[in-house]
Design a protein around this ligand. Structure first.
Ligand code: CP
Length: 306
């Protein structure tokens, strides 16, 4: 497999590249069971995280992944940098370019910023989420998690529930799971359903119809309040009643053996309850653990200068 320079979205990946990343994540995950969880693969390389938006999971997951591959890790602290004095993204990148880092992992609220940075740096750029557009490593870790559960994902059915319109996770994960042969459906209020949904993705407006579609996996999304300029539903309580995973709906999932996923962070009491968080077929913690293995595999694959 030829290494490529950047990972910016799912669309541009070949089936071969997707398989390569997912298959190579398996031995990296095996490492986690050892007392020494580190290999020298990226010794001498430097990865820089450049997050213009908050993150708990993605940033720390990349940092753990890089350190397990023996790369040096640096965080560019946007809040305390000259960005707050008005420095442009490209001026920041020019400065980072002079530091000759090997990887830049970037998150930005504006779609397309990682692509712009990739064109202006010799470093490998990894998109860690840009606006509503893409979150490719989330999609790859979701695909990896479902391959662990189903072995053969072809024909398995995944229902994505919630704020699909504003979700880069829904876009990237839906694309990736379709590439793995899964059937996809969306459940959302009309105001949070994208205007253009691919023909092969089923659309539902209520849980009763969506559950009749017989999903194997329910994938909850957080309402992206920070991206809503106006209220898209009357109240959080109303949203919870109509679209959230209530305790009664957790019981239905349990009776039907349906798996549960969520990319995090969760809003308890809105899209999920405490009982939902404790559900025995939840894959949420597996998604977090697998995120490290998949990001190790991505860093290994991109290897700048390999
Ligand atoms: N899933 C995800 O992107 O989480 P963070 O926003 O915490 O990185």
């Amino acid at each position: 497999m030829n290494p490529r320079k950047d990972l910016l979205d799912i669309q541009s990946l070949t089936d071969e590249e997707i398989t390569f990343v997912l298959e190579n994540a398996v031995p990296f995950k095996d490492l986690f069971r050892r007392s020494v969880k580190k290999v020298p693969t990226l010794k001498g390389r430097t990865m820089l995280t450049l997050f213009y938006e908050p993150s708990t999971r993605t940033r720390s997951s990349f940092e753990v992944a890089a350190s397990r591959l023996s790369a040096d890790v640096t965080h560019f602290d946007v809040e305390s940098s000259s960005v707050v004095k008005g420095e442009s993204v490209l001026d920041t990148v020019e400065t980072l370019e002079a530091m000759r880092v090997d990887y830049i992992v970037v998150r930005h609220k504006q779609a397309g910023i990682p692509n712009l940075i990739a064109k202006n740096t010799a470093a490998s750029v990894i998109n860690a989420g840009d606006g509503w557009h893409a979150h490719p490593t989330q999609a790859l870790l979701d695909g990896f998690t479902l391959r662990e559960v189903f072995k053969d994902t072809r024909g398995a059915r995944c229902l994505i529930v919630g704020d699909i319109q504003h979700s880069r996770v829904a876009r990237s994960t839906s694309l990736l799971l379709r590439r793995l042969g899964m059937n996809m459906a969306y459940l959302a209020p009309g105001s949070l359903m994208p205007r253009e949904v691919p023909q092969e993705v089923a659309q539902f407006g209520n849980w009763t119809d969506a559950l009749e579609w017989k999903p194997d996996v329910v994938y909850l999304l957080r309402v992206q309040s920070e991206r809503l300029e106006e209220p898209f539903f009357p109240s959080a309580a109303e949203y919870h009643k109509n679209y959230g995973l209530t305790d009664a709906r957790v019981q239905i999932l349990r009776e039907r053996g349906i798996y549960l996923m969520h990319p995090g962070p969760v809003n308890r009491g809105v899209e999920i309850t405490d009982k939902g968080m404790d559900y025995e077929r939840s894959l949420i913690n597996a998604q977090v653990e697998n995120g490290i293995a998949v990001r190790m595999s991505v860093l290994y694959w991109l290897r700048p200068g390999a």
